[in-house]
Design a protein around this ligand. Structure first.
Ligand SMILES: Nc1nc2c(ncn2[C@@H]2O[C@H](COP(=O)(O)OP(=O)(O)OP(=O)(O)O)[C@@H](O)[C@H]2O)c(=O)[nH]1
Ligand SMILES: [Mg+2]
Length: 551
């Protein structure tokens, strides 16, 4: 009889355990197991353990990747120029700073265009009445930005009232900038782009066109991009929710002096998908330069940045863009002194004040930085990029993770930035179905402004109606909605400058920032007027009320 294996417990003990653990007894080796049988059994057990360990490992891996793939989808909503793209840029700067900085140089042309457009707006404002609007045929409407102010009866007037700025002097000397504007638009627009084919590059600075293109070119780009009249044209009064497009999971890549005054959140989440597969930059002479859905505009910019950043301004070894005689920086540099003279001219300032044009509320930031921005080796700072204005059309997606934050580690954040102009809002609805959170931006400084796309509508009124449509939308009943009251710096400045809220709202309280920001607004009641009947939005002038319709 073969000897029992040493590790074999005595039958009595085995029987004892078996009374409490039936599987144990079942797994016990037979009492008469031979050494060969034992060796084979141990081998089988070892293989089974390996298989089991593999399965465990796979399960652990699946669980990890399941956790890693957890996605939080955030939609940025709000009217045009409310600050959605700026908020997105702030997210990018915070969480993907390397990618943000890689694109900085490419923003140079956008900043130039912002500056040149501000100069054009000033020239339009100081032009003699019969000449007002420069060449209207060429330069389009004058209400392209949010800086249009509703007439208020008591604007402070200056002792310079009546004295005329020397329009002809400025017009002649700044004429090259007016040409440059169109050249910049041409460079930033992509004539090859269409709805079927993404354009993939922008010309480098050396291929900057020498002569301004016919303005119809830019306009035709804009209209070319208008699918069924949706993207361009008069505002759509209602938003109807089309059936959700197929799920898209493709990610695209794409703080500052700004701040938010307060936020309230209401708890009221499924897959989002871009509405248009195409992307590009588009513009027209009558509209702001706009960026379209998707990633290719960023690719344009990144490529442009790469081309130029090979010639780093610090290396001193290779030529920089400033050595290219066709680079727009030279025209800007030559015109810098005249631009500064224009911007500092008290008669000009007075005329802007009379016409209630506040360039600082749109792309006018760079007027304060003319020397730096027009320097030959100008390299945009983070803050410059944050302030640069590029209107969004369609939906732009940005993906990032909070790697260092343990609580959110492994979670993918997807932020969707939409165009906020009225004719862009129909692109929002397909995203309602699958979003986890909405950040709604309301620029509270806009009480004395009208919509660029419809000058009969007060911007604050539009923001309220839009907010109401969003919070009342049934599809968003379970979505976390955060309200950012934005542009508080501009509100403060406006109030300090003596602009009175009561000229625009039914309001009977002191005209100071603290009182105004607390009047009738609370997290539970974000609509002024609900808690204080003396503080409410003015009755709308006849206009198309923006609505988000879930039918
Ligand atoms: N002063 C000030 N300017 C701001 C603030 N937030 C945004 N801006 C500026 O307002 C302008 C419009 O901001 P965007 O972020 O482009 O607005 P948007 O909501 O994306 O607009 P659309 O793309 O047209 O829908 C830009 O020039 C920003 O730099 C703010 O808090 N204060
Ligand atoms: Mg935008």
């Amino acid at each position: 009889m073969p000897p029992r294996p040493q590790a074999q417990p005595p039958p009595s003990a085995s029987r004892q355990r078996s009374s409490s653990d039936p599987f144990r007894a079942f797994l016990q080796p037979p009492e008469d197991e031979t050494p060969e049988q034992r060796e084979a059994r141990l081998k089988r057990e070892e293989e089974a353990k390996k298989r089991s360990d593999n399965i465990d490992r796979m399960l652990r891996h699946d669980e990890k990747s399941r956790r890693r793939k957890k996605t939080v989808k955030v939609l940025l909503l709000g009217q045009s120029e409310s600050g959605k793209s700026t908020t997105l840029k702030q997210f990018q700067l915070l969480h993907t700073p390397a990618a943000f900085r890689q694109e900085r140089l490419a923003w140079r042309f956008v900043i130039y265009l912002n500056l040149v457009r501000s100069i054009r707006r000033i020239l339009e404002a100081i032009a003699p009445e019969e000449n007002n609007g420069l060449d209207d045929d060429d330069y389009g409407d004058s209400y392209e930005t949010a800086s249009i102010i509703i007439s208020g009866p008591e604007r402070p007037s200056s002792s310079l009232a009546g004295s005329q700025p020397n329009y002809e002097h400025y017009r002649r000397r700044l004429a090259p900038l007016m040409d440059l504007e169109q050249r910049l638009i041409t460079v930033l627009s992509d004539p090859e782009d269409n709805d079927e084919q993404e354009a993939t590059h922008l010309p480098s600075s050396s291929s900057f066109p020498d002569a301004p293109r016919n303005l119809q070119h830019a306009a035709s780009i804009a209209s070319f991009h208008a699918p069924s009249g949706h993207m361009i044209g008069r505002p759509a009064p209602r938003i109807t929710i089309p059936p959700p497009p197929p799920l898209s999971t493709s990610p695209s890549t794409s703080s500052s002096s700004y701040g938010y005054s307060s936020f309230s959140s209401s708890s009221h989440g499924n897959p989002l998908s871009p509405t248009s597969p195409t992307a590009s930059i588009m513009s027209s002479s009558t509209n702001e330069l706009a960026v379209r859905t998707g990633s290719s505009w960023r690719r344009h910019f990144t490529n442009l940045g790469k081309v130029q950043s090979q010639k780093t301004p610090l290396s001193g070894e290779v030529e920089g863009w400033w050595e290219d005689p066709n680079d727009p920086v030279h025209t800007l540099n030559r015109s810098a002194e005249t631009m500064k003279e224009l911007w500092r001219d008290p008669r000009v300032r007075n005329r802007l004040e009379e016409k209630q044009i506040r360039l600082e509320e749109s792309s006018g930031f760079f007027l304060e930085e003319i020397t730096r921005v027009t320097a030959k080796m100008y390299f945009p700072t983070d803050d410059d990029v944050l302030k640069a204005r590029l209107k969004t059309t369609g939906v732009v997606e940005h993906t990032f993770s909070l790697a260092k934050d343990s609580e959110w580690r492994g979670v993918e954040w997807r932020i969707y930035d939409v165009g906020g102009a009225r004719n862009q809002r129909q692109a929002w609805a397909p995203y309602f179905d699958d979003v986890n959170a909405i950040i709604f931006l309301a620029p509270i400084s806009a009480f004395d402004q009208v919509l660029a796309e419809d000058p009969s509508v007060n911007r604050l009124e539009d923001s309220f109606q839009l907010w109401k449509s969003v919070v009342e939308n049934k599809l968003l009943a379970h979505v976390n909605i955060v309200l950012f009251l934005n542009k508080i710096d501009l509100l403060k400045k406006k109030l300090e400058d003596g602009v009175r809220l009561q000229h625009y709202l039914t309001y009977d309280h002191p005209n100071d920032y603290a009182t105004i920001t607390h009047c009738g607004c609370s997290p539970s009641s974000p609509h002024p007027g609900e808690t204080d009947p003396t503080c409410r939005v003015p009755q709308p002038i006849q206009h198309n009320t923006p609505e988000v319709d879930s039918e």
